[in-house]
Design a protein around this ligand. Structure first.
Ligand SMILES: NC(=O)c1ccc[n+]([C@@H]2O[C@H](COP(=O)([O-])OP(=O)(O)OC[C@H]3O[C@@H](n4cnc5c(N)ncnc54)[C@H](OP(=O)(O)O)[C@@H]3O)[C@@H](O)[C@H]2O)c1
Length: 280
């Protein structure tokens, strides 16, 4: 497994499995199979409504807890819930997570950050993460935080390679975890001519090129999938590397455009939309 050392010395595997919009039964099956294949980084969130399934998959995989990097995210409607960290650990069936994120800069996200700092000091999370907080949000965070984050999770793919953020976080050695690496399955991204040509050259799939690009950019990637064949293909990106010529060609796809533009209206919705948790 390829990995990075975070700015607090914690080791994070740079390939993981994502679980956004994956039902509890599919998350259980996918995560369990992924762990058996060798995946060691799992990404979930309060909002995904599958933390219990992920926790069960970890237990049933037989992989020791201390070999797994488990990340989850606190959702805005929970930012003032004093028990949310404990409740999250209980759902996951663990006594700590490896990475705990503020999911959105919505509502009282500063209170959430402080709560995660406290959880970090108490050993309930090994690292602190923020999500969707590039640019001015990060500057604002720096104005009050006691501990700088180790990780920032953001939308990132060849259409939007997060060039400004890469510069912004360099001095603090904060690592990027990319969401929507496959544009959430967008065929226009997956079928880009350049991507197809590079895939042919390395005898891999287009999706594998897009995911390998992430690792070769120095990012961590957590492709989402409920399909065991895809989960296996995605793991096999550890078997090849892109060269400078490939990277230059992929750089031409930069449109400086995200799929999900952040707006005050969206953040307002996030602040008021409650997660639907699984039944026991
Ligand atoms: N922090 C945030 O706000 C945020 C937002 C969005 C996502 N995330 C995290 O980032 C993860 C990744 O994002 P995402 O899952 O939304 O999008 P994604 O990884 O870009 O794409 C997922 C889609 O690609 C398909 N896929 C996966 N592997 C494939 C392969 N090898 N070949 C062809 N198709 C493939 C999946 O379908 P199949 O199921 O059929 O494989 C699924 O439809 C999420 O799961 C979540 O953990 C975080």
């Amino acid at each position: 497994m390829e990995q990075v050392i975070l700015n607090n010395g914690v080791i994070m595997p740079t390939l993981g499995i994502g679980t956004f919009l994956i039902s509890p039964p599919d998350a259980f099956n996918g995560v369990k199979e992924a762990l058996k294949m060798g995946y060691r980084h799992i990404d979930t969130a309060n909002m995904y409504g599958n933390e219990r399934a992920v926790g069960r998959a970890i237990k049933e995989s037989g992989v020791p807890r201390n070999e797994i990097f488990l990340a989850t995210k606190i959702w805005p409607t929970e930012y003032h819930n004093p028990n949310i960290v404990e409740e999250t650990l209980e759902r996951l069936g663990v006594d700590y997570v490896d990475l705990l994120y503020v999911h959105q800069p919505a509502g009282d996200w500063k209170a959430c950050y402080k709560m995660i700092e406290k959880a970090y000091k108490e050993g309930k999370t090994k690292a602190i993460g923020i999500s969707n907080m590039e640019g001015h949000w990060l500057d604002e965070l720096y104005s009050f935080c006691e501990i700088k984050p180790q990780v920032i999770q953001v939308e990132c793919h060849p259409y939007f390679p997060q060039e400004e953020l890469v510069e912004q976080i360099k001095k603090d050695n904060i690592k990027i975890v990319s969401w929507f690496p496959l544009g959430h399955g967008d065929p226009t991204l997956l079928n880009q001519k350049v991507i197809g040509e590079i895939a042919k050259k390395h005898k891999v799939t287009n999706a594998q090129v897009l995911l390998r690009w992430q690792l070769d950019m120095g990012f961590t990637v957590i492709p989402g999938s409920k399909n065991v064949d895809h989960i296996k293909d995605n793991f096999d990106i550890l078997k090849f590397k892109l060269d400078d010529e490939d990277m230059k060609k992929i750089a031409t796809l930069n449109k400086n455009k995200k799929y999900n533009q952040q707006t005050p209206e969206k953040l307002e919705i996030y602040a008021n939309r409650f997660p639907v948790y699984e039944k026991e």
